[in-house]
Design a protein around this ligand. Sequence first.
Ligand code: BGC
Length: 465
Amino acid sequence: MHQSGTGRGMGFRDSCQDLLGFVHLIPARARERILDIAATQFEDGNAYHQYQPLTKKGNMDIGAGFNDDPLWLIAAVSAYVRETGDLSILDEQVDFNNDHKLAQPLMEHLRRSYQYTLNHRGPHGLPLIGRADWNDCLNLNCFSKTPGESFQTSGPSEGPVAESVFIGGMFVKYANEYADLCDATHRANEAIEARNAAQEMSRVILGPGWDGAWFRRAYDAFGNPVGSKKNEEGQIYIEPQGMCVMAGVGVESGEAVKALASVKEKLDTKYGIVLLQPAYTRYHEELGEITSYPPGYKENAGIFCHNNPWVSCAETVVGHGDRAFEIYKKTCPAYIENISEIHRTEPYVYSQMVAGKDAPTHGEGKNSWLTGTAAWTFVNVSQYILGVQPTLKGLRIDPCIPHELDGFELTRVFRGATYHIMVDNSAHVEKGVKSVTVNGKPIQGNVLPLAKAGEQVEVRGVLGI
Ligand code: BGC
């Protein structure tokens, strides 16, 4: 038996992230799914947290107010357009709140997603968290006192103080991807504006969002930091470390490497990276559901398979191919068959989470199948580790692999052409493309020129200094 999630509707953020893993497989279905999801967005840019895939309507029971949701729409659309080159999707008329009278082009939906985050910022200039962000259980505006009541629906959905550093990181990443789409559709001024806003957010993250050795997680409704050495429990969280570094925050100035070293030191275990440390040992009303779980389980310091790839991706951003692959292997079913008696779930599937080091059953998988891991793992392996990245202009080749690999070969179908890619790592480095040839001819840089549909392309990349 496994929970399908359809009873309560499908998640807006979950469905947007799932798209990252299948835009290349069935682009026509991905296109349809994007338009359905976008139609559940509200005019102010926020969205129903869940929708029913059959009626395609937003789910009133849960409502809205999860302030990461709008930005995931940009992530999904950007992935689709980079993969397919189909800019026409941006002109599709899409309802707001499933109301035809309110229809606007999809590009306008993305603009509202971007604006929503900008218009909902707190005292430090970080995005307001609303009900919660990716971590549904970090409920900073809920203050639930009644056992059994839903943290997702009780309490106010908004608060003017509680902020999320994680959404800040998302904003930097996806405002930049939005800017690329603006450029591609001749909206140069908007592109500049969005890139400036991303840069400004990056500065805020490196200010009040930085704790000295890692990124803070949030600020609570009283303006106190969450995920800080100042806290008694929950001093460091995984999510902002992965997302901020993927977004490029602190990469040049050194904070990114520091944050990832802190993850390794404080959150790593032999079965994967736990969500936070130290685990919460009592209920904190100002933090919500996350502190209602036993230490080591679920969001309270479990190993969430969904966000382990973010850290692996982040390690490739700073050039650590050995570490990125090590993280990948820790939760990957194919690499952990020898611990099946500990892991206990089906040996070929990811679980929502694996019990963390504070749990008596450390290493045991929970809620197999019901996880957003597959899409991010695919993105991690194909785009960050093997480094074959769909961009608006073509495939970019930028691997970050374990240094002992001599190289690799893969075949990638992209916009109808087939690329046979061979990467030579006889230099045994972790990252750095020295030269690329396409059909025997050297090219400038590492973005492959677009081939026509039906063509076969021979690509050879050499890593080294
Ligand atoms: C939800 C996701 C959420 C994750 C972490 C999952 O159960 O479906 O939307 O991001 O938990 O809280």
